[in-house]
Design a protein around this ligand. Structure first.
Ligand SMILES: [Zn+2]
Length: 391
């Protein structure tokens, strides 16, 4: 527990702090001293010689304060080998840099992921990182899961918040909401300052569609469009083996939580003999769909319902077309029971994963038979056509 005004007391290294000296992230603790300055202590450099100190007197503009706020976040966490599917394209992560013999941490955007099927003990996937700052800024490096940490959103140590409030008072930055206009100051610090009382830091970290200096949002033009014409308004994939009473809202929420992309989702009514339903996930750009597809088709996890039924993409096709956005309302209300809230990701190495894999294999076997039957039906149907109408 940290004690104000006494740097010799036991401090809690509960923060990642981006150093003023080299811009790298370090596991740190803060101590508010005499209500005038904030001392940052480094877990791995305990000598007070290395401490970095912020004095209220040092701040003269709100961008100083914004920069200060952005130097702190919760401690990033390493990822287990069997959890490698948590890292997805376009996510911002904290990555290990070992270029000059030292081990330091900088932020990077995951440009692409090459998932491989592997054992729970050893991840074999490759992650392409675009470094956002540090010695490799702007460069792309291929890395493995052990060099990646997840950025954790949420409020940081209250001493940071307390100090920021003192600075805010000194600068006279105590805003009243009626005078705020997002339109006139979209990229300014106002929102973050407003949010200091709550978990305002979350606007900066953890989201793969993050904002701020180190989190540029990638536009579709920055991404490989895969040579597909962007003629249609919608991009979608068809999902199979869904629960018949799954609610589209749950599908949307689930995909959003997992990928930071908010799609439209549809569940199609199924035949009474069918034990499952089909649905679609629809977005407005192909890169977004690609990200969702990569997440859903990752071989190291399954998306399952509360009964353990795994989602299946039986046809690995990213479709483009115009979707009728009113279609969602066509779903019979009686079938819309919102059981989708039980949707979850089951990861490699767990019993649930094994069962989900069995069920998916079973479904794929069924799908193969069905495809064969459909082909036969098509052939037989053509035989019934009058000669001349046959293609
Ligand atoms: Zn892996």
């Amino acid at each position: 527990m940290a004690v104000s005004g006494d740097t010799d007391a036991v401090v809690s290294y509960n923060l990642d702090y981006r150093s003023k000296k080299d811009d790298a992230w370090y596991t740190s603790a803060v101590v508010l001293e005499n209500g005038k300055q904030l001392r940052v202590k480094f877990r791995d450099f305990v000598d007070s010689y290395f401490d970095e100190i912020f004095s209220i007197a040092d701040f003269s503009t709100k961008s100083d304060l914004q920069e200060f706020i952005h130097r702190f976040r919760r401690v990033s966490v390493p990822i287990e080998d069997n959890e490698c599917s948590r890292v997805i394209a376009d996510m911002v992560v904290c990555a290990t840099y070992k270029g000059d013999g030292s081990v330091r941490f900088f932020d990077a955007i995951v440009d692409a992921v090459h998932y491989k099927e592997h054992t729970p003990e050893k991840c074999l996937c490759t992650y392409l990182l675009v470094w956002q700052h540090g010695p490799e800024e702007g460069n792309i490096t291929a890395t493995s899961i052990e060099d990646i940490c997840l950025i954790i959103p949420g409020a940081v140590d209250p001493q940071v918040t307390g100090f920021a409030k003192l600075v805010k008072e000194k600068l006279g930055l105590v805003y009243k909401r009626p005078f705020l206009s997002r339109k006139t100051s979209p990229n300014e610090t106002l929102d973050e300052l407003q949010d200091l009382d709550s978990a305002g830091y979350s606007s900066y970290v953890g989201s793969s569609e993050g904002k701020g200096r180190f989190y540029p949002q990638l536009s579709d033009h920055d991404r490989d469009l895969g040579g597909v014409k962007e003629t249609g308004c919608h991009h979608y994939i068809i999902l199979e083996n869904l629960e018949k009473d799954l609610s589209p809202t749950s599908m949307m929420e689930f995909v959003h939580v997992q990928t930071s992309i908010t799609p439209q989702a549809y569940l199609f009514p199924s035949l009474s003999a069918e034990t499952f339903a089909r649905g679609a996930v629809v977005v407005d750009s192909r890169p977004k769909l690609k990200r969702i597809y990569e997440f859903l088709s990752n071989p190291n996890h399954f998306i399952v319902s509360s009964s353990g039924r795994p989602w299946v993409i039986a046809e690995a096709v990213l479709r483009t077309g115009t979707f009728d956005t009113n279609l969602q309302s066509c779903q019979p209300l009686s079938e819309n029971k919102n059981t989708g809230s039980g949707l979850r990701v089951v990861r490699l190495g767990t019993e649930e994963y094994k069962r989900a894999k069995q069920r998916k294999d079973l479904y794929m076997e069924f799908r193969k038979h069905l495809n064969g039957l459909l082909q036969r039906l098509d052939t037989e149907e053509k035989k019934c056509l009058p000669s001349g109408a046959k293609k």
